[in-house]
Design a protein around this ligand. Sequence first.
Ligand code: C5P
Length: 226
Amino acid sequence: LDDRALAGRHVVVSAGGTREPLDPVRFLGNRSSGRQGVALAKAALERGARVTLVAGPIEVPPPDGADVVRVESALQMREAMTVAAKDADVVVMAAAVADFRPAQVAEHKIKKSADADDAPVVTLVRNPDILAGLVASRRAGQVVVGFAAETGDETGSALRHATAKLARKGCDLLVLNDVAAGKVFGKDDTEVTLLSADGTVTPVPAGTKETVAGAIWEAVVPLLVP
Ligand code: C5P
């Protein structure tokens, strides 16, 4: 561990899932624990970076020393990431952002009617792709890292899907989680493959999210402008 590898750098990491409000008391959420994002923030601090952690709901405490910005919805996360990314050297989108949100947020708690069979229909709309937006507005030299949870299917392997996603999103590094075996969410151990924009594919041995976070920073550091 080179404890100065990120000295003088501002690193921004998103972590956790998002909560998409339906009314003042309800939301649509997901099972992201925030462990990988928090591990990345901690590992960046250990390498000397100034760290901003933009956190949706997370099941683990944020590391001491990080500036923590709490958010709930994808729209709030986009706002916080856009602000934090302005002077960042590295931006990592480790959060599990909801793809959709309810089209309307009811001002008051949605009530059930007297008719026992009656139930509301929730219409969803697409959320913005925060990562793609960060890539589009990044400053010169800023390194942008994305995550992808993929499974292989009849149209191709997880690696093939991830390669296409890296090109589509335009990030510098994509961290591929092959989720076929039902691993990853909420677990302590993980196994990833790193894909660089230059075509390099680096399998990372299975390990804790902390170990994997170290491997991700090792791949990021050479991409930084001196
Ligand atoms: O397209 P997909 O959801 O697989 O892409 C995953 C990557 O994109 C992750 O880095 C995730 O944080 C980011 N993402 C985002 N905004 C969304 C959906 C995903 O930034 N609305």
